[in-house]
Design a protein around this ligand. Structure first.
Ligand code: NI
Length: 140
């Protein structure tokens, strides 16, 4: 038996160029219905931003990517110490030496999203960090 789902109709204003690009990419992804594509985009947006919620106890899994200048030894020690402090949620990490000015450290995490957010903040607060990218999915 098919479950009856209710929907709400909304009207949004979008620059034509953005809408054209959106339609093009959703068509390439195989969506035939713009509403379905927007629903998917909304879910991706929520999943990507769930970690912002301060008191969220939602469980999540994902990664924290850090781009930094390896010139200072202090930063490498700081990153290691912080990861030890969060050993309950850090599952593993990888390090890529990109060039003499850039290293990429990717830390894989699993646990409460509020704790993942706190870890990301502690990591981002170090001098020499150029970029922080948090990617995770909510595991409900
Ligand atoms: Ni390196």
């Amino acid at each position: 038996m098919r479950k009856h789902e209710t929907v709400e109709r909304v009207s949004v204003s979008v620059p034509p160029e953005l809408l054209r690009s959106f339609d093009l990419i959703t068509k390439k992804r195989g969506f035939t219905d713009r509403s379905k594509a927007i629903q998917t985009a909304m879910r991706v947006f929520m999943s990507e931003n769930e970690w912002i919620e301060e008191n969220s106890s939602v469980m999540g899994a994902g990664s924290i990517g850090l781009l930094y200048n390896p010139k200072s030894k202090e930063i490498e020690n700081a990153l290691t110490n912080i990861q030890h402090h969060y050993e309950d949620i850090v599952t593993s990490s990888t390090h890529v030496h990109l060039n003499d000015k850039n290293c990429l450290e990717t830390i894989f995490v699993r646990g409460e999203t509020r704790r993942i957010k706190k870890l990301a903040k502690d990591l981002a607060n170090n001098k020499g960090i150029k970029q922080v990218k948090v990617n995770f999915v909510g595991v409900i």
